[in-house]
Design a protein around this ligand. Structure first.
Ligand SMILES: [Ca+2]
Ligand SMILES: [Ca+2]
Ligand SMILES: [Ca+2]
Length: 395
């Protein structure tokens, strides 16, 4: 499954109404029960292999038994992960077992655990006990599919100097510049947003094909049911003003919440919201075409935010986009692919202290769940990946 957009839930077909063909009034006969069992199978790495579903009658057929079998997509997609069938299976008199082989498409790319159903209907001379069986295709790969399609920005701008960049071309994260935020954000748990992920110290981060990849997984760690990664440059790299370009391809799905953002250098001492927060990009994985740029700051004894949004013509996670901050004294503009998302001026703060004429550090993360996106549901496919191609700072 590589492009899931629909829910992995299934409509249950009504209990198969097994017609019993007229016996013409002879001696009463017992109609056998028809059962089918779930199947679990590793995907394989190339070519197709068979997933065998066994249909069993509770007693040998005394007359011809037939049933219609139909595949139904779940996270596994017809044509991509398995070959669809819609066929009639016939048990001749004396037979009690038939095998239906579904062709599974193998590859060497990492995926989640994909599933589909083999549904039974239109039974004749039998009673369908199981309406369907689930075929589970187990992921047996480690290679994350990395693409490079999408918008890109120049490596230089007239009149500006590149002062820092990470092209993520190495085989490991440069921990001279980056830190892992680890844990569930306790004691202010869920990182202040009731998020559901546990951030690991590198287990959910990969470097491949010039990309830094954050992987959000459905797996238990600590008291959490999801793991992911959150990187910061706090204490290592911070900047004031200039043009910042971040090229990234976003993850998706209900409850998936990627962000490319910044906090003021005085965060450890002054705290939030006094330090100020610049959210260059936030995205809610269920709303595929909309992105947000937001600033947070202290206002009175509380906090305030100003948020702008942009609706793209096509789903944002389909390809790379470049998210930019064009930042000068008393003014910030956020861009997607050089198109304006929003402008933020000192005058917009209504007299609140403007913290954005100071140094800020980066945070890149993929949150799972939380107050804003809500929790993942049965439609959310894991793993999810955020690919970051580069971050560049020009001044
Ligand atoms: Ca495989
Ligand atoms: Ca695979
Ligand atoms: Ca790169």
């Amino acid at each position: 499954m590589r492009n899931l957009t629909t829910a992995g839930v299934f409509l249950l077909i009504s209990l198969g109404s097994c017609k019993k063909e007229s016996t013409g009034g002879g001696t009463p006969e017992t109609t056998p029960n028809l059962n089918i069992s779930d199947v679990f199978k590793p995907e394989g790495n190339g070519g197709n292999s068979n997933m065998d579903f066994v249909l069993k009658l509770s007693a040998p057929a005394t007359k011809e038994v037939s049933v219609r079998v139909t595949t139904k997509e779940g996270f596994a997609k017809a044509g991509e992960d398995f070959i669809a069938v819609d066929q009639k299976v016939i048990f001749s008199a004396g037979e009690s077992q038939k095998t239906v082989s579904i062709s599974i498409v193998g590859d060497d790319l990492k995926e989640g655990v994909d599933d589909f159903q083999l549904a039974l209907s239109e039974g004749v001379n039998c009673t369908i006990i199981s309406n369907y069986a689930t075929g589970t295709i187990d992921n047996d790969d480690t290679k994350i599919p990395v693409t490079d399609i999408g918008y890109t920005t120049p490596t230089s701008y007239t009149g500006k100097t590149l002062v820092w960049a990470d092209e993520f071309n190495g085989s490991a994260l440069n921990t001279g510049d980056w830190n892992y935020d680890v844990g569930d954000g306790c004691p202010n748990c869920g990182w202040g947003n009731n998020e559901l992920e546990y951030y690991t110290a590198g287990d959910n981060l990969y470097m491949s094909n010039g990309k830094m990849i954050i992987e959000a997984r459905k797996e238990s760690k600590g008291s959490k049911n999801y793991t992911s990664s959150r990187l910061t440059t706090m204490g290592k790299k911070s900047f004031k003003f200039g043009r910042i370009d971040i090229r990234a391809k976003l993850p998706k799905g209900q409850g998936i919440w990627p962000a490319l953002w910044m906090l003021g250098d005085n965060f450890p001492t002054a705290g939030w919201p006094t330090c100020g927060e610049i959210d260059i990009l936030e995205f809610l994985g269920h709303d595929l075409t909309k992105i947000y740029s937001t600033i947070h700051f202290k206002s009175g004894t509380g906090s305030r935010n100003i948020s702008k949004s942009y609706v793209n013509a096509t789903p944002i996670p389909d390809e790379y986009h470049v998210y930019s901050l064009v930042w000068e004294t008393d003014k910030m503009r956020m861009l997607i692919d050089d198109k304006l998302i929003g402008e933020f001026l000192v005058s917009d703060l209504g007299g609140a202290t403007y913290p954005f004429n100071d140094k800020f550090f980066f945070l890149f993360n993929v949150a799972v769940g939380g107050n804003w996106p809500g929790s993942p549901n049965a439609s959310t496919y894991f793993p999810q990946w955020m690919f970051v191609d580069y971050v560049r700072v020009f001044q």
